[in-house]
Design a protein around this ligand. Structure first.
Ligand code: MF3
Ligand code: CO
Length: 264
């Protein structure tokens, strides 16, 4: 399958999927407290997704056993929720969720603090979010895909962070994962990636480590951790390439208005 261009009807469904996912993240993020298990987080998230009449995209996807990927501290992505993994004050937790609305997916991730967290952790989370928006400045029709990748990676690396290379973003639509793959680091000329065209829908998802970019897979075959056990943050949205600025489908109205797009 090649990179698909969505029609207006498909785009409207992806907008609704994105709106729903944005509010799932907003509501779930507010519920994160010390003493909860990562399984509690998954149950709550799944309930929220279903309350909107959506299906969780991740449940049983390639055998993944939960609805929300809950990745704590040095866990980068794909943490498997567990009743015996209790969130502690000072932890950071990456929440990755996907919803299916009338056959169309939206995929987004946020990293949030549990209670009070260190300044270094706050900076990592905020700069990971900002790296995504640096990418968005390049997510314009006529540019090439790896312009986005380079802008994300250069920004994150300017703080000395390690940009995960072994995992990438992806196209999205009636499948959770579609072409193309979207790296989060600068790719050397002459490779530019595909040309961006209106109607492409992409999940852009920087995964940024406080230390080394190297990651390992745990024996559960899902959980990805930093090799040096440094903290890691994740920020992801589903976006639409348009004739102008990208439309970021998985933000709340408040997020869109509260200066999230001041970069433009
Ligand atoms: N955002 C992640 C991704 O794009 C979520 C997939 S987790 C899985 O790969 F369980 F669904 F695989
Ligand atoms: Co994704």
């Amino acid at each position: 399958m090649s990179v698909t261009i969505k029609n207006e009807g498909e785009i409207e469904l992806m907008r609704e999927a994105g709106r729903i996912l944005a509010s799932v993240h907003q509501n779930l993020g507010r519920e994160i407290k010390p003493g909860m298990s990562t399984l509690d987080v998954d149950r709550l998230g799944e309930e929220m997704i279903r309350s909107y009449g959506c299906e969780p995209s991740f449940k049983n996807y390639c055998g993944y056993p939960a609805s929300i990927c809950v990745s704590v501290n040095e866990e980068v992505v794909h943490g498997i929720p567990r009743a015996d993994h209790i969130l502690q004050e000072g932890d950071i937790v990456s929440l990755d969720a996907g919803v299916i609305y009338k056959g169309y997916h939206s995929d987004a991730a946020r990293t949030v603090g549990v209670g009070e967290i260190s300044r270094e952790a706050q900076w990592l989370i905020e700069r990971t979010r900002l790296s995504f928006f640096q990418g968005m400045k390049k997510a314009v029709a006529g540019n090439h895909l790896f312009d986005i990748s380079g802008a994300i990676g250069d920004f994150a690396e300017s703080f000395g962070y390690g940009v995960v290379r072994d995992l990438v973003g992806h196209g999205i639509g009636s499948n959770l994962h579609e072409e193309p793959e979207i790296p989060n680091f600068r790719i050397r000329w002459p490779h530019r990636g595909i040309k961006l065209r209106p109607g492409m829908t992409l999940a852009v998802e920087p995964m940024i480590n406080m230390g080394s970019p190297e990651v390992l897979w745990l024996d559960d075959e899902w959980t990805v951790v930093t090799e040096d056990l440094s903290l890691s943050a994740h920020y992801e949205n589903t976006i639409l390439i348009t004739d102008g600025k990208p439309e970021i489908l998985s933000l709340t109205e408040d997020e869109k208005q509260a200066g999230f797009l001041e970069l433009f």
